[in-house]
Design a protein around this ligand. Structure first.
Ligand code: ADP
Length: 450
């Protein structure tokens, strides 16, 4: 069975609630107005009867006398005078009042006769007369008090109309209120079906749940789109970078096959193929590393380590001439880090310092612990990086001057440096000026003790 929509359930719920409340209210009104009209009728009966009683006096001959204001029929009230033996002396019983109602002194009571309601009240007048008199008042209850009739009529007409209005209006408002949700759902579904991450949900005006939901969805789509585009770009760039050495190798092979090369030429061709294969191997290695870092599959092992010892170790392994590479490391500086990744970071920065340095340029590596921060800097006096490129060098595959390719770089080194810094909860910044050199500074949180 199809579950009814939230808006249908909402509408049904408060329409039923309103109907229940309306019915209850009406019931109360009927009850109250019934009680009030009964009370009014009984009061009227008693008042008329008492007034008539005050008009009954005893004549000189001992017989009862009715004063001028005595009325046998007044205000709907019949007044009857009976002897002690209950024989009617004066007055006329209403035709339809056929009940033989026994006399009860001072009792105002309802009496039902053939479906009609009467109020009856009796008084016993003992004084004066030989045997006394019964005075009886009879009032026929108005069949349906006007107020009640009007009320019922209004209720019967207006209640269903109100309910209908409430149901329709409420349904309409709920529909309008839920429209953004429907739009969000259908847009999300369209994005899903068409795999079009550039689509956005229309954000409803105002600041409420739906507008925030739509805005959050859009942020999510934007992030997804960004990630997706980056992924696409990465794959395209990676294939492009790999295609270049492959085509160089292919054409070298074709040339060697086509033209009989001298042994000397063959050696050169092989050496060139070797270089390109190295370049590819390096590139594949870098691609794998960066992907693993991204996916967290590289198995990050953050352990307390002495960065000073690590830097000294890396410096000692460098193939660069001593007079061009200067390492200045003080006492132990403890950080939490992955030794393998930090070594790679430092190696990338040192390599770049030489790759983009002048022929006899220098690279300085310095490490110091300042307060809670470890500060590792790799500075060179090389070609520098123009201001407008300084943001971009951190992007994958970005190269300021792709023609400078010695060393087999593909623009992944600094992207990896940045990623490693992030994984260590640190930052890496660049300070550079063309012609003067560059300084890359890594800041890492320092381990307290050790
Ligand atoms: P690559 O593999 O091309 O060296 P990187 O990501 O390491 O890639 O560097 C990106 C670009 O930043 C390089 O192509 C280079 O133009 C520039 N760059 C990096 N380090 C330096 C530096 N020390 N001095 C000048 N330019 C640099």
């Amino acid at each position: 069975m199809k579950t009814p929509s939230v808006q249908a359930r909402l509408t049904l719920w408060y329409t039923l609630l309103m109907a229940g409340m309306g019915g209850l209210l009406l019931g109360f009104l009927v009850l109250i107005s019934g009680t009030v009209s009964t009370q009014t009728a009984m009061d009227q009966l008693e008042a008329t009867l008492r007034r008539n009683l005050s008009q009954i006096t005893q004549g000189a001959d001992g017989a009862p006398q009715l004063g001028e204001e005595f009325a046998f029929y007044d205000n709907g009230v019949y007044t009857l005078v009976y002897s002690q033996g209950e024989a009617l002396l004066a007055g006329q019983v209403p035709v339809s009042f056929t009940a033989a109602e026994p006399f009860q002194n001072g009792q105002n009571r309802p009496v039902d006769v053939a479906g009609a309601r009467y109020y009856v009240m009796d008084f016993w007048l003992p004084n004066g007369w030989e045997s006394g008199l019964w005075v009886r008042g009879i009032l026929e209850a108005p069949e349906n008090p006007q107020l009640l009739t009007n009320l019922m009529f209004i209720a019967m007409v207006t209640l269903p109309a109100f309910l209908l209005l409430a149901a329709l209006g409420g349904y309409g408002i709920a529909r309008r209120a839920f429209r953004p949700l429907k739009e969000i759902t259908s847009t999300a579904a369209a994005i899903n079906e068409a795999a079009d991450l550039s689509a956005r949900v229309a954000v409803p005006p105002g600041d409420h749940e739906f507008s925030r939901l739509a805005a959050t969805f859009n942020q999510m789509f934007a992030r997804l789109e960004g990630a997706f585009e980056a992924e696409k770009q990465f794959t395209a760039d990676a294939s492009h970078e790999l295609r270049t050495p492959v085509s160089v190798i292919k054409s070298a092979c074709e040339y060697a096959e086509k033209y009989g090369e001298t042994p000397e030429e063959q050696r050169e061709t092989l050496a060139m193929i070797h270089r390109q294969a190295d370049r590819m191997a390096e590139l594949i290695q870098q691609l794998l590393s960066i992907t693993r870092l991204d996916q967290g599959t590289e198995g990050l092992r953050l352990e307390p380590l002495d960065l000073a010892a690590l830097v000294e170790g890396v410096c000692a392994e460098q193939p660069y001439p001593r007079q061009r590479l200067f390492c200045q490391v003080g006492g132990a500086v403890w950080v939490r880090g992955d030794a393998g990744l930090l070594r790679r970071l430092l190696q990338n920065l040192i390599d770049n310092g030489f790759k983009y340095g002048t022929p006899q340029g220098h690279v300085w590596v310095t490490l110091e612990g300042k307060g809670n921060t470890a500060r590792l800097q790799v500075r060179d006096d090389g070609i520098g990086i123009p201001e407008d490129q300084q943001e971009k060098v951190w992007q994958r595959f970005y190269q300021v001057d792709p023609s400078r390719r010695e060393g087999g770089g593909a623009g992944l080194g600094l992207a990896m440096v940045k990623k490693i810094a992030q994984l260590h909860g640190g930052t890496v910044t660049l300070d550079s000026a063309p012609g003067r050199g560059s300084a890359f500074t890594l800041l890492l949180p320092r381990e307290k003790k050790l």
